[in-house]
Design a protein around this ligand. Structure first.
Ligand code: BTN
Length: 320
C-alpha cells in the first residue's frame, strides 16, 4: 500500500481521525498529512476537516480508473495491470489486442470501460452497455491448461460474480453456463473467448458484464433484465463492486488452476436454482429437452431426457 492508500484505510475505518494520529500511524509529519489529504481531494475523495477533531472521509469517487480501484483492490495478481477507457467497442476486443501486443498483457490484466459501443454477449448477441452505470470488465488469463479444460473457467467467473453480489446484499441465481439472474431476470453475463493451439492456451479473455445501477432498460430488455441496484433498492459504487469481483475471481481462478474443476462446480451448484426444472438445450445442431439434473465434475450439464436416458451438454444454450 502506498501512503495515499494507508491514509484512506485509516479514514475508512470510521469517524474523525486526528491529524496527529494519522501522522503517527503513517510515520509522516503533520504538514505531510495535509498534503496527502489535498492529494486525495484532487483525486475526487470528499474529506472534511474540523479543528481539533481531524479528518473524516465523506465520499469516494466512483470512477473505474486504475488509481481509484487500486485503493480498494485486495488481490495479489488480478487487476494489478489495469486499463480504463471512457468508451470502447468491446472490452473483450481491447483485452485481446493487449494480450497480443508487443508488450503483452500479463495474467490477470484487466480492461474496463464506462461504456461500450459494441458490447457483445454469447452467440453474437448485443450487450446493453450504457455509460457510467454498470460494469464492463474483461480479464486476460494465461492459465496452464489445454483448451479442452477451459470451459469451467466461465463457471468460476459465475461463482465470483455471485459471491460479489452476495456481498452487496442480493441473492443471485446462476444459470448454466454463463448467466447470472436476480428475481428471474438477467443481471450479469460472462463471455469467455480463447486464443489457443491444439494443446496449449495462449490466453483467455473472460468478459463480465454486470448491470449495476441501471433503472430503466430499453423496451426489448425491460421484461428480462434487471440490475443490482433495482433489486437492493440502493445504488452500487462501481469501483467497490469491481474490486470485490476481482478478489473473488482471483480466488476461483487460483482454485480452478490448482485443484481442477470439481471445487468450482461444487461452489457453482450452491448458487444454482434451475436443477429439477425442465429446460431446452441447443448444442450445435442438436436440440434436446429434459430435466436439468446436475453438473458433472468437469462442469458439463447433465439432463435427464423423457426416455429416461442421461444426456451430457459440454457447451450449449439453455432456455426454460
Ligand atoms: C452473455 O450473457 O451473453 C455474455 C455477456 C458478456 C458481456 C461482457 S461486458 C464486458 C465484456 N465485453 C463485451 O463485449 N462483452 C463482455
Amino acid at each position: 500500500m502506498d501512503s495515499d492508500e494507508r491514509l484512506l484505510a485509516l479514514l475508512r475505518a470510521g469517524e474523525f481521525v486526528s491529524g496527529e494520529a494519522i501522522a503517527e500511524t503513517l510515520g509522516i509529519s503533520r504538514a505531510a498529512v495535509g498534503k496527502r489529504v489535498d492529494n486525495l481531494r484532487r483525486r475526487g475523495f470528499a474529506i472534511a476537516a474540523a479543528p481539533r477533531r481531524g479528518y473524516r472521509l465523506d465520499g469516494e469517487p466512483d470512477a473505474l480508473t486504475a488509481d481509484v480501484v487500486a485503493t480498494r483492490l485486495t488481490t495479489a495478481w488480478l487487476g494489478r495491470a489495469w486499463r480504463h477507457h471512457a468508451r470502447v467497442g468491446s472490452t473483450n476486443d481491447e483485452a485481446a489486442a493487449w494480450a497480443r501486443a508487443p508488450e503483452p498483457a500479463p495474467h490477470g490484466a484487466v480492461v474496463v470501460a464506462d461504456a461500450q459501443d459494441a458490447g457483445r454477449g454469447r452467440l453474437g448477441r448485443k450487450w446493453h452497455s450504457p455509460p457510467g452505470e454498470s460494469l464492463y470488465l474483461s480479464v486476460v488469463l494465461r492459465p496452464p491448461l489445454p483448451p479442452h479444460r477451459v470451459p469451467p473457467m466461465t463457471l468460476a467467473a459465475g461463482v465470483a460474480v455471485a459471491e460479489a453480489m452476495v456481498a452487496f446484499d442480493v441473492t443471485p441465481a446462476l444459470k448454466w453456463p454463463n448467466d447470472v439472474q436476480l428475481d428471474g431476470k438477467k443481471v450479469a453475463g460472462i463471455l469467455t473467448e480463447m486464443s489457443a493451439d491444439l494443446d496449449r492456451v495462449h490466453h483467455l479473455v473472460v468478459g463480465i458484464g454486470v448491470n449495476l445501477n441501471t433503472q430503466a432498460f430499453p423496451d426489448e430488455l425491460a421484461a428480462i433484465a434487471t440490475s443490482v441496484a433495482a433489486a437492493r433498492g440502493a445504488a452500487v459504487a462501481r469501483a467497490e463492486f469491481a474490486a470485490a469481483l476481482c478478489a473473488r475471481l482471483e480466488h476461483w481462478v487460483d482454485t480452478f488452476v490448482a485443484d481442477g474443476a470439481a471445487a468450482v462446480v461444487t461452489a457453482w451448484k450452491q448458487h444454482a436454482r434451475f436443477f429439477g426444472t425442465r429446460v431446452r438445450v441447443t448444442a450445435g445442431r442438436d436440440r434436446v429437452e429434459g430435466v436439468a439434473e446436475d453438473l458433472d465434475d468437469d462442469g458439463a450439464l447433465r439432463l435427464r431426457l423423457d426416455d429416461g436416458s442421461a444426456y451430457r451438454v459440454v457447451a450449449g444454450e439453455v432456455s426454460a
